[in-house]
Design a protein around this ligand. Structure first.
Ligand code: FES
Ligand code: FES
Length: 161
């Protein structure tokens, strides 16, 4: 079958087998920011946004994504390379160590901040809970998400009329 999707705002068409997962397709097509962990739906390392909601791409059939919108970590920075506030905060605050889980953490956080610009510490913990991080203990990633949320609120306030 032919799969038509929009990835990071770009319309794409790919050949797709009925057994292909979304993870298979994304990795095959060069979206290497989508990491491969357990391949079993347990670790969240492969998380992407599907129509704005976090999914574990290893357990989503690609065919299920027909005509849907996908966001990967490659799509977060601006075209001129300016980092998304979440990426900047993770960098500035040491929210990434080995970095293997970082795309999944950042995309999970993006889903949260898109829906809730004023999250509590508990909200952030809950949002990141689907991604297993072996390195950070979550303290710095949570701090980074709260910093990014504050910066995004501040930026929005400064552009409001
Ligand atoms: S690789 Fe998909 S949840 Fe672990
Ligand atoms: S930074 Fe290494 S697994 Fe999270």
């Amino acid at each position: 079958m032919n799969l038509h999707v929009t990835i990071n705002n770009d319309p794409k068409d790919f050949p797709c087998q009925p057994t292909d997962t979304l993870l298979d397709i994304l990795r095959r097509e060069g979206y290497s920011g989508v990491k491969v962990g357990c391949s079993n739906g347990d670790c969240g390392i492969c998380a992407v946004l599907l129509n704005g909601r976090t999914v574990n791409s290893c357990v989503v059939l690609a065919a299920h994504c027909q005509n849907k919108t996908i966001e990967t970590i490659e799509g977060l920075s601006a075209k001129d390379g300016t980092l998304h506030p979440l990426q900047k905060a993770f960098l500035d605050e040491g929210g990434a160590q080995c970095g293997f889980c970082t795309p999944g953490l950042i995309l999970s956080a993006k889903e949260l901040l898109d829906a809730n610009p004023t999250p509590t510490d508990a909200d952030v913990r809950e949002a990141l809970s689907g991604v297993i991080c072996r390195c950070t203990g979550y303290v710095k990633p949570i701090a980074a998400v709260l910093t990014a949320a504050a910066e995004m609120r501040s930026a929005k306030g400064s552009t409001a009329v």
